[in-house]
Design a protein around this ligand. Sequence first.
Ligand SMILES: Cc1ncc(COP(=O)(O)O)c(C=O)c1O
Length: 377
Amino acid sequence: MRKIPLCIPYTGQEEIDAVSEVIRSGWYAHGPKNHEFEEGFAEYLGVKHAFSMNSCTSALHLAVEGLGITGEVILPSFTFVASANAVITGGARPVFADIRYDTCNIDPESIERLITPQTEAIMPVHFGGQSADMTAIMEIAEKHGLRVIEDSAETIGGTHHGRLTGTFGVGCFSFYPTKNLTTGEGGMLTTNDDELARKVKALLAHGIDKSTYEREDQEKAWYRSASRVGYNFRMSNILAAVGVEQLKKLSEMNRLRREKAARLTELLEDIPEITPPVEQPGNTHVYQMYTVRVAEGLDRDALVRGLNARGVGASIHFFPPVHHMKPYREGRYRQDELPVTEKVIREIVTLPMYPQLSEEDLVYMVESIQSTLAEIS
Ligand SMILES: Cc1ncc(COP(=O)(O)O)c(C=O)c1O
């Protein structure tokens, strides 16, 4: 039986050589490769500052804490729980908005309904490779004087009217293996705000302003006094070396994802029970996930199980939504009515999507959907 996992990292000899070089150099912890990765990432996005970290969750946490947000942050409930967790660990309170049915991205009208004097920030989550409606969100933020923290964990290289996600507000990215660029575990925070950059740099490394690597050549290399209470959210030099190589391949990886996604959409046209994902006009979708909807009345879970039984690594992202989870339910945090979220979570299926998918893989995936549907309908 053919095996098509949900995702496979697009790595090769370049990453292996880069890691070997770092190991031979003996500099394992945060070091020169982090600086190279950060400079390259900042240049790619066209922003002033980029900080590599151990995860996107840490980046989100530091965005909230670094901006000094202690009030409410509006975000979708339809997200990975890390988005909401980071609002709380960063020192603020989440408030849950609904999403738009077409893109599964936060609904600007829902954001407006939730704004109170306690609101300090909006955290759009760019779902599965596609930008949220940043035109509307930036307008709302400006009108109400709110900060914008973009959870761009799932969208690295996606654009909204030509502008890359993560460049509208504070950008937070994930390099988990399912993402468009991977370092195994890892994340990046990006910003044009010098004041925030200064704070984040210290907070991610125990509250110390200068890294070991930067202190190396200085007269008092041993001087490591903290300017604030901080964390250890650093990424190692070894993983940063992987990041440097992955960044060189990012545009090609995203081009291939778009190509495979377009072909899959074409192949799915003959299956009326399945609706392919929509690229909103003005957006460039980079398909970190390829999320379809099943027709009403169809047993979605049976479809996922049937596909898994045929070797197709289909899954569901996200279920349950955050407001159904124990730490977040029973009115602990404010929320809008969430009818679209409640509907979407019953209809979505994530199909495998990665640059290496072959024509045979795509055809097999579609045939597997057809045979499963015939079995369960
Ligand atoms: C929307 C979203 N936010 C945050 C995260 C957390 O990223 P990380 O695993 O790098 O902490 C993820 C993913 O895994 C995610 O999908």
